[in-house]
Design a protein around this ligand. Structure first.
Ligand code: AMP
Ligand code: ZN
Length: 468
């Protein structure tokens, strides 16, 4: 399988560190709001990549963090008159719901930055001991960027051309030895969450979080590190500088970056305010449509979001789901059980589409071509399945279609219809569970309903529900 590696700017054959296993880290969102559909792009792309690796038989250890301490979270908490912890917990829960609706598999581990502070202090101390970092008079700890000889190797920037001005936490700057130095630890400000450390009461910089979480859950050297292309510099460049200086071994063998999701050909971002949340889009479309829309383009190219393209994606997806429905229906009314020799030959011919699908995915996860192969299979199934066929043949076609779609994270089975009375019963059970403070069961019921497309809203007048 070939992967385009940002580090070498080439498509390279994928060689895992350990045979049959993949260690993969994907930078997750900062949780101060609902995620927007730009944030959803890496989630969908790398989840699809993971699904393909699993389809090939790899055991994937997939780690994706939540950045749950950050200036933006603190700002939101102050505005709402609550704590940063409350804000981040709430939006982690909301993010997980969106992920489930987009058929994104939960990571093997979803570490939270705030639960890994000990590891961060340890790594920072090591960097200080090795001369790669220093504490300034106010307790801020900086990374001594120029000390890391290979700085710039991921973003292909020359250190002398670089200027400071990172997306990183902005502190005075005057205390730095060099403007290129970036923050590893910063002192608290009044009212901010903080942790004790050898340097000051404070909190970690953003970059050190990922270095530490990747190390803890995946080891010093990992196979794949991924994220959106805006993270190449400085975030991932800094992660490399930290991890390689502290661990003394290469950090990640392959670096994968997705292109941006744009709107009106402009970058979609929270700071520009031109974004749609996944939740908003979920009110208009089944979120499988959003997933399908993203997969219709190559992950490294920019992708423009528009209602027209979403409607086109909806229609295309519908063609696949209808073909699957049709096979299911025909299978349930088939007059004969077993495949005939002729049917076997017809079924074997579909291996061609599987080969095309795999060849596309092998080529740096070319999901656009993989989707085309699925359409070829759909077309074939539409013209080579009828009520005259055997159950075994029709089911085999259905399974083949369903398996390929599953790699893309598309579920071809329609969501089961749930009756109003069943919903009301489940809501009553949830209320009872809450009264007994059995919040786990209450959440479970909420998630179960959500899976069936039922959204609950807790209001002063009681629980309201609607079909999404
Ligand atoms: P953030 O919460 O901004 O740190 O972003 C979380 C992830 O979403 C990172 O991998 C970003 O690169 C990615 N991301 C943010 N905005 C977009 C966008 N408009 N298109 C694609 N990826 C994005
Ligand atoms: Zn990261």
């Amino acid at each position: 399988m070939k992967i385009f590696n940002t580090l070498t700017r080439k498509k390279e054959e994928f060689q895992p560190i350990e045979e049959g296993k993949v260690r993969m880290y994907v930078c997750g969102p900062t949780v101060y709001n609902y995620i927007h559909i730009g944030n959803a792009r890496p989630m969908i792309i790398f989840d699809t990549f993971r699904r393909y690796l699993e389809y090939k038989g790899y055991e994937v250890n997939y780690v994706s963090n939540f950045t749950d301490v950050d200036d933006k979270i603190i700002k939101e908490a102050i505005e709402e008159g609550t704590t940063a912890e409350e804000v981040s917990r709430r939006f982690i829960a909301e993010c997980k719901k969106d992920m489930a609706d987009m058929n994104i598999k939960p990571a093997t581990t979803h570490p939270l930055a705030t639960e890994e502070i000990g590891g961060m202090i340890e790594m920072i101390q090591r960097l200080i001991d090795e001369g790669y970092a220093y504490a300034a008079a106010d307790g801020t700890v900086y990374y001594r960027t120029r000390k890391f000889a290979e700085y710039g190797k991921l973003s292909h920037k020359n250190i002398d051309d670089l200027e400071a001005g990172h997306r990183d936490i902005k502190v005075t700057g005057d205390l730095k030895e060099d403007p290129l130095d970036f923050v590893l630890w910063k002192p608290k400000k009044e009212g901010e969450p903080y942790w004790e450390s050898p340097w000051c009461e404070g909190r970690p910089g953003w970059h050190i979080e990922c270095s530490v979480m990747a190390k803890k859950y995946l080891g010093d050297t990992i196979d794949i590190h991924a994220g959106g292309e805006d993270l190449v510099f400085p975030h991932h460049e800094n992660e490399i500088a930290q991890s390689e200086a502290a661990n003394g071994v290469p950090f990640a063998h392959y670096w994968m970056h997705n292109g941006f999701l744009n709107i009106n050909n402009q970058k979609m971002s929270k700071s520009l305010g031109n974004f749609f949340t996944v939740r908003e889009i979920g009110e208009k479309y089944d979120l499988q449509v959003l997933r399908f829309f993203m997969l219709s383009a190559h992950y490294r190219t920019p992708l423009n979001f528009s209602a027209e393209l979403m409607d086109a994606a909806k229609n295309s997806l519908e063609r696949i789901l209808t073909a699957a429905d049709n096979l299911k229906h025909l299978g349930s009314v088939a007059k004969s059980e077993h495949m005939t020799e002729e049917e076997k030959a017809f079924f074997d011919a579909t291996e061609d589409f599987v080969r095309k699908f795999e060849a596309a995915m092998e080529d740096d996860a070319n999901t656009a071509d993989a989707v085309s192969a699925v359409f070829e299979l759909v077309k074939y199934a539409n013209s080579n399945a009828s009520s005259e066929n055997s159950k075994e043949y029709l089911e085999a076609l259905y399974d083949r279609l369903s398996t390929l779609c599953d790699v893309l994270g598309i579920t071809v089975a329609r969501k089961e219809e749930i009756l109003d009375a069943e919903i009301e019963n489940l809501i009553a059970e949830r209320q009872a569970a809450r009264k007994e403070k059995n919040f786990a069961r209450a959440d479970e019921i909420r998630d179960l309903l959500l899976e069936k497309g039922i959204v609950l809203e807790d209001t002063r007048e009681g629980v309201k529900w609607k079909r999404a």
